[in-house]
Design a binder for this molecule. Structure first.
Ligand SMILES: [Zn+2]
Length: 324
C-alpha cells in the first residue's frame, strides 16, 4: 500500500456496535513494538458511535503473522515478559479477587479463554477449590503447558472463541474468564454471544480490556499510547461501549470498573522513546521495563489512587451475567 492511497476518512468500514460504515482516522503508525511487517496501520473511529477499530480489518489467515516469535508473552528477552515470584504473586492476588467478585455464585466449572501458559488458570482453580472443573481454552497449547495442565487437574481444549467454540458444552459453565483478549479479536460481538451460549443460567463472564480514558491515554493518544498496540489491537472500547456490547449479547451487567494499567504506562513511554518490546537494548531509558519493581509498583499505585478518586484508568473490567 502506498502512502498516497491513504485517506483520513471513508465509508468502507464496519462498526460492530452500530453497523455504520463511515469512519475517521484516529491514529496511523508503524508497528513500533515488534516491526512484524511494514505498515502503516490505521485505527479509525466510527463516525456515528465513536467505537475505535482497525481498518482495514485483516483477514483471519493474516492474524498469526502479527504475533512474531519475539512477542512478549513467549519471549523471555522482552522487557514486558513476566515470570518468577512476582508474577506468581500477581496471579494469586488476581485469583483471590476473582473469587471475591463472584462470591455468592455457585461456581462448579471454570473456562479460561486465551489464558496462554495456563499458570493463571491453575491459580484460579486453587482459589475456587480443587474439585472445581477447570478448562483452558486456546488456539493451541505447547506440550509443556499440556503436561502442566495434566499435573494440576486442568483440562485443555483447543478452539477459537469466534469461530470454533463447539467443543465447549452449551449451558455448561459457571465462570468464563477472558482477560486482555477481546481487543485482539476480529469480531468481539460474535465472541461474547458465543460465550453467552456456553454459560449456565446464572453464570458469569469476566472480561478485561483496554479503556480509552486513562491519564496515559490522554497524554499519548496522538500516536504512542501503548493501548493501541498497533497492529494487534483490533477494537478499543470505553466503559460505555463495552457495556453496550455485553447487553446486545444478552448479558446483565453484574459488576464493572477500572483496573491499574501498568502495561500501557510502560509501553507508551517506550514507544515515545523509540524502544521496542522485542528485547532490552542499550539505551539509558531501558530501566523502563516490567521487572523494575519500584517503577511498576509506582505506576500501579498511581492508577489505583486515581481510580479510588473517581478517575478512569486505561484498563477496565466487566462481569456479565446470564440471568436465570
Ligand atoms: Zn458505531
Amino acid at each position: 500500500m502506498s502512502l498516497t492511497n491513504l485517506s483520513d476518512s471513508g465509508t468502507d468500514g464496519h462498526c460492530i456496535l452500530c453497523s455504520s460504515t463511515a469512519w475517521t482516522l484516529v491514529v496511523r503508525a508503524e508497528d513500533m513494538e515488534y516491526s512484524c511487517k511494514p505498515g502503516p496501520f490505521d485505527l479509525v473511529a466510527c463516525v456515528r458511535c465513536g467505537h475505535v477499530y482497525k481498518h482495514p480489518m485483516p483477514p483471519a489467515e493474516e492474524v498469526p503473522s502479527l504475533y512474531p516469535n519475539t512477542y512478549y508473552t513467549v519471549n523471555k528477552r522482552s522487557p514486558l515478559y513476566l515470570d518468577g515470584a512476582l508474577y506468581e504473586r500477581k496471579l494469586v492476588k488476581d485469583a483471590a479477587k476473582l473469587r471475591k467478585q463472584t462470591r455468592g455464585l455457585n461456581i462448579r466449572s471454570i473456562v479460561d479463554i486465551g489464558g496462554g501458559d495456563i499458570q493463571r488458570l491453575i491459580k484460579v482453580k486453587e482459589a475456587f477449590g480443587r474439585d472445581v472443573e477447570a478448562i483452558a481454552f486456546d488456539l493451541q497449547f505447547e506440550q509443556e503447558w499440556i503436561d502442566k495442565a495434566q499435573s494440576h487437574g486442568v483440562r485443555v481444549v483447543v478452539g477459537n472463541v469466534e469461530t470454533d467454540i463447539e467443543s465447549l458444552q452449551d449451558n455448561g459453565h459457571d465462570l468464563i474468564v477472558m482477560r486482555q483478549l477481546l481487543e485482539h479479536l476480529r469480531d468481539p460481538g460474535v465472541a461474547v454471544r458465543n460465550v453467552f451460549r456456553k454459560l449456565r443460567a446464572g453464570g458469569v463472564v469476566i472480561i478485561d480490556t483496554p479503556n480509552r480514558g486513562g491519564l496515559d491515554y490522554w497524554i499519548w493518544k496522538k500516536k504512542f499510547w501503548g493501548g493501541y498496540h498497533i497492529p494487534r489491537h483490533f477494537h478499543l472500547f470505553t466503559l460505555h461501549s463495552l457495556t453496550q456490547l455485553m447487553k446486545d449479547a444478552g448479558f446483565h451487567i453484574y459488576d464493572q470498573g477500572y483496573l491499574p494499567s501498568l502495561g500501557f504506562w510502560v509501553m507508551s513511554l517506550r514507544n515515545q522513546l523509540g524502544l521496542n518490546s522485542a528485547q532490552r537494548g542499550k539505551s539509558i531509558w531501558e530501566f523502563l521495563y516490567f521487572k523494575n519493581i519500584p517503577l511498576s509498583v509506582g505506576f500501579i499505585l498511581f492508577d489505583w489512587i486515581r481510580i479510588k478518586l473517581g478517575f478512569q484508568s486505561s484498563n477496565q473490567f466487566i462481569i456479565g451475567q446470564k440471568r436465570v
